[in-house]
Design a protein around this ligand. Structure first.
Ligand code: UD1
Ligand code: CA
Length: 461
């Protein structure tokens, strides 16, 4: 039976106290709506519609191309939103399955959705329920003789109903014809003046249809309405990702202090120390050691590399490279095999060839450094003249002496050497020594004379 999915995401999420539409908030590497769509994907739906309203453009920008947005101009309730979603679904046969989910439930799993969408026993609908220690804010599931008969929203409930711990999670699977018929019968005669999707439950039961609850743990169905719930969800999602990585063979010293986006790839055999944040499409190869304290976004770390106390943005760290402690690799940095970027070194738009080294205190911007070349401490590429950026090309096996200023544009030939403290403004040919500094002059007996002058001054006073 074809499955269609409608995800409701038109609400503003007032309780988030944020300008961002609720479902566009990020948690552990995906937006809330992104997590729901991930959980849905294995159902292989014939069509998926996301109902948008508040911040529609922002929400739509996070949707993959095969998901259809439907605009709910006015937020008249979850029942109304479902109707808007159905209209956008296109061809739906009466016996098809329609899964309706809320966009603020990032912890939904595919296993739960597979149980929900199972239509083997021909019920009119299934709905996810869970027993909460503190059910405050949720719709309560009313049973009669064990059979689900109704959902009552907290605001419309009486004291007895509020004491019920079983809540409506907000995930449903309907036989299409039954959902369509029941939506037609909704009224907005309730405390919020809204068309509640939850009233469909009572309507179907009233028509003598069977409705099966699908029970699950509270953790899987928490709905995000506030920043503290977002943080709780982030924590749980991160724990899941870390668990998956460890099961695959990734070593983690302290998963509670390891923050890896779901979009990141970490190969088995990599070692992750605490304080590591890996974001975007970052990859870490087997045998790499990352951390403590690394922030890497959209970067790749090669096999056997060591990266610690470092920030990497759009950087490529090759096999066996060493980065840090205290290094900043900015966009366009490429370290080839075995290269080293050490303490207090910043690179930008720069390639270090195989085995090249900048071990301490350097800035390399818009530069190419050849294989095995060494950049001495305190050296920098003066790549910016106040108007434009210029390139520095350094050949293979070059030795840049400590505290060399390389004033770009500049080309240094293979095997060349620059003397410490030189300001190099002209190209240096292959194999040459370039030296730019005044000659040293010594003044013998200086310290003695100075001490005598000082002593004389003190007797005068
Ligand atoms: C809803 C349920 C409640 C359930 C809870 C689970 C209803 C009436 N109540 O309450 O039984 O326990 O979720 O978290 O369904 N939305 C729209 N258009 C609208 C209104 C809402 O798209 O006009 C979307 C929201 O963006 C949100 C979802 O529907 O993603 C749920 O709305 P929300 O206001 O969060 O419902 P709750 O009060 O939490
Ligand atoms: Ca909610």
């Amino acid at each position: 039976m074809p499955i269609h999915v409608v995800i409701l995401a038109a609400g503003q999420g007032k309780r988030m106290m944020s300008d961002l539409p609720k479902v566009a908030h990020m948690a552990a590497g995906r937006t809330l709506i992104g997590w729901v769509l991930e959980a849905v994907r294995p159902l292989r739906p014939a069509s998926t519609v996301v109902v948008v309203g508040h911040g529609a453009e922002q929400v739509v920008s996070h949707l993959p191309p095969d998901v259809v947005p439907a605009l709910q101009e006015e937020q008249l309730g979850t029942g109304h939103a479902t109707r808007v979603g159905l209209d956008a679904l296109g061809d739906v046969a009466p016996e098809d399955t329609i899964v309706v989910l809320y966009g603020d439930m990032p912890l939904l799993t595919n296993e739960l959705l597979a149980r929900l969408a199972d239509r083997s026993d021909d019920v009119a609908a299934r709905m996810v329920t869970s027993v909460f220690e503190d059910p405050t804010g949720y719709g309560r599931v009313i049973r009669d003789g064990g059979v689900v008969v109704e959902v009552v929203e907290e605001r419309d409930s009486d004291d007895d109903q509020r004491a019920i711990g079983e809540i409506n999670a907000g995930a449903y699977a309907f036989r299409a014809k039954d959902l369509i018929a029941a939506l037609g019968g909704l009224s907005n005669d309730n405390s919020q003046g809204e068309y509640y999707l939850t009233d469909v439950v009572g309507i179907l039961v009233g028509r003598g249809e069977r409705l099966e609850p699908v029970e699950t743990t509270p953790e899987e169905v928490i709905g995000i309405n506030s920043q503290d719930q977002l943080t709780e969800a982030r924590h749980l999602l991160q724990a899941r990702t870390n668990q998956r990585l460890m099961e695959s063979g990734v070593w983690m010293l302290d998963p509670d202090r390891t923050y890896v986006d779901d979009t990141v790839t970490v190969e088995p055999g990599a070692k992750i120390y605490p304080g590591v944040h890996l974001e975007g499409n970052t990859t870490v190869a087997a045998g790499a050691q990352v951390g403590p304290d690394v922030f890497a976004v959209d970067s790749s770390i090669g096999g056997g590399a060591t990266v610690w106390y470092a920030v990497l943005r759009n950087a490529v760290v090759g096999e066996g490279c060493e980065v840090g402690p205290y290094a900043s690799l900015r966009p366009g940095t490429v370290l080839e095999k075995g290269a080293k970027v050490g303490t207090f070194v910043e690179t930008k738009n720069t390639t270090l060839g195989e085995g090249a080294k900048a071990p301490h205190l350097a800035y390399l911007g818009d530069a190419t450094v050849g294989a095995r070349s060494n950049i001495g401490a305190g050296s920098i590429t003066c790549n910016y003249d106040g108007y434009e950026k210029h390139q520095t090309i350094i050949g293979d096996d070059v030795f840049i002496g400590s505290d060399t200023m390389l004033v770009a544009p500049l080309t240094i030939g293979d095997n060349a050497v620059t003397g410490a403290g030189s300001v190099i403004t002209d190209d240096v040919e292959e194999g040459a020594l370039a030296l730019e500094r005044t000659e040293q002059r010594d003044f013998p007996g200086y310290s003695q004379r100075r001490a005598e002058r000082q002593a004389a001054k003190e007797t005068e006073d």
